[in-house]
Write a protein that binds this ligand. Structure first.
Ligand code: ADP
Ligand code: MG
Length: 227
């Protein structure tokens, strides 16, 4: 197991009281496996990813990545952990307009203090893995929405993370392109060996995932055991 969320409770201030976004959530995801998280809007899906990403500290419960429990870590330690162990794909790609596809990936290595040239090989390999080897030198405005999302996914894998967290990657795409993105994430999970959590509102594409977790009012249910 590479990502463990254990008995996580997260609340937000809500006027005089507090709103419970996550209510005693426990989830284990192994490397090379994909867990889909589905549930209605406002049920706590993005909150779950934010806690798993160590971007938000829960009121109670623990996050363990690669055997490292994050409780009590400083901000600097969490930043380093995220950089080395966690790939995050948000709904909107947020690519830098002036950089080409390959440069978007190389920037990740640069932030990490590694050499740009050395990491060009890894960047090109990942662009190949997402089917964009021929588009490495295009800037975001020269790519379609689906292609930009593929660059976004490749970028999240640049630092070879243990954990890949993906929030509603298909929401801006049509059905066919959405299905292709989910297939790609499934493929990359196996190929790169990430412990992947994929949040999606669209159950239609979830044919090849290892487990489907449902969130309702901050509570997580695992109705279908892994096949
Ligand atoms: P989902 O991703 O399933 O739509 P979220 O995790 O975004 O759900 O939200 C869960 C609940 O927590 C919702 O009621 C939402 O309004 C609330 N919430 C989310 N983020 C915040 C925040 N930063 N401050 C206060 N309430 C929040
Ligand atoms: Mg959300």
């Amino acid at each position: 197991m590479s990502l463990h969320l254990t008995d996580i409770t997260l609340t937000y201030p809500d006027g005089e009281t507090r709103l419970t976004a996550l209510d005693h959530v426990t989830l284990d995801v192994s490397r090379g496996s994909l867990t889909a998280v589905v549930g209605p809007s406002g049920s706590g899906k993005s909150s779950l990813l934010a806690v798993a990403a160590t971007l938000v500290t829960p009121d109670a419960g623990t996050v363990t990545i690669d055997g490292i429990t994050t409780t009590g870590m400083t901000r600097g330690e969490l930043t380093a952990l995220r950089r080395h162990k966690i790939g995050i794909v948000f709904q909107q790609p947020n690519l830098l307009p002036s950089l080409t596809a390959v440069e978007q990936l190389q920037v990740m290595a640069h932030i990490d203090g590694r050499s740009l040239t050395k990491d060009r090989g890894r960047a090109m390999e990942l662009l190949g893995a997402v089917g964009l080897a021929d588009h490495a030198h295009r800037r975001p405005h020269q790519l379609s929405g689906g292609q930009r999302q593929r660059v976004n996914i490749a970028r999240a894998l640049m630092n070879n993370p243990t954990v890949l967290l993906v929030d509603e990657p298909t929401s801006a795409l049509d059905h066919e392109r959405g299905a292709a993105v989910i297939d790609l994430i499934t493929h990359l999970t196996h190929q790169q060996g990430t412990a992947t959590v994929l949040v999606t509102h669209d159950r239609a594409h979830l044919t090849a995932v290892d487990q489907i977790a449902e969130v309702h009012d901050g509570r997580l249910h695992l109705p279908t055991p892994a096949q």
